[in-house]
Design a protein around this ligand. Structure first.
Ligand code: NI
Length: 163
C-alpha cells in the first residue's frame, strides 16, 4: 500500500527509531509499503519513520531509474568502518521536497543488516550506494539533511523550504 510520506518538520522525523525484535507480518507489510511508496514517489531510498513507523528499517534501490528494479530491505542496519576518504554530493529527501543539500559523507562504509527472511548480511558500499545508505540510516537516528549542514547553509535552505 502506498503510504503518505511525512514532511519535515514532522516530529516523527526527529525521533530515534527502535530495533525490530521479530520479523512478523507487521514488518513484512511495512517493507512492502516502504518499497511501494518509494517507487511511487519516485525515490531511491525510504526509511520507516518517513511513513510514521519508528522502527529501524529502510529500503533502497539505487539504480532502478536506469534499469530493472532491485528492491532491497535493510532491517536493524549498522554502519561500521567508514572510510577516511570523504565525498560531498547533492542529496534530496522525499520528506524535504524540492530541497537539495550538499552533504559530506564517508566515501565507503560497511553495512550489516538483517533481511526479511531473517538472514544476516554484510556488504562494503561505496559511491552513491554509500551515500544513500548513510542518508537512510540517518533517518533511523532522527537526523535529516538539514541537521548535517553548517548553520549558515541550514538557515538559507530552511528559508527557501518554508518560503
Ligand atoms: Ni531522506
Amino acid at each position: 500500500m502506498i503510504r503518505p510520506i511525512l514532511l519535515w518538520p514532522d516530529p516523527a522525523l526527529s525521533q530515534k527509531c527502535a530495533p525490530v525484535a521479530d520479523i512478523d507480518d507487521e514488518v513484512r507489510t511495512l517493507c512492502d509499503d516502504l518499497l511501494e511508496t518509494m517507487y511511487d514517489a519516485p525515490g531511491r531510498g525510504l526509511a520507516a519513520p518517513q511513513i510514521g513507523v519508528l522502527a529501524r528499517v529502510f529500503v533502497m534501490d539505487t539504480k532502478w531509474k536506469e534499469g530493472a528494479r532491485d528492491p532491497r530491505v535493510f532491517i536493524n542496519p549498522k554502519i561500521t568502518q567508514p572510510s577516511k576518504a570523504r565525498q560531498t554530493g547533492p542529496e534530496g529527501c522525499l520528506s524535504i521536497p524540492d530541497v537539495t543539500a550538499d552533504i559530506e559523507r564517508a566515501e565507503a562504509i560497511t553495512l550489516s543488516w538483517t533481511a526479511l527472511d531473517g538472514s544476516t548480511h554484510v556488504e562494503r558500499l561505496a559511491g552513491f550506494d554509500a551515500i544513500c545508505a548513510q542518508h537512510e540510516f540517518d533517518h533511523l537516528e532522527g537526523i535529516v539533511t538539514f541537521d548535517r549542514l553548517p548553520s549558515h547553509q541550514r538557515q538559507s535552505l530552511e528559508a527557501s523550504y518554508f518560503a
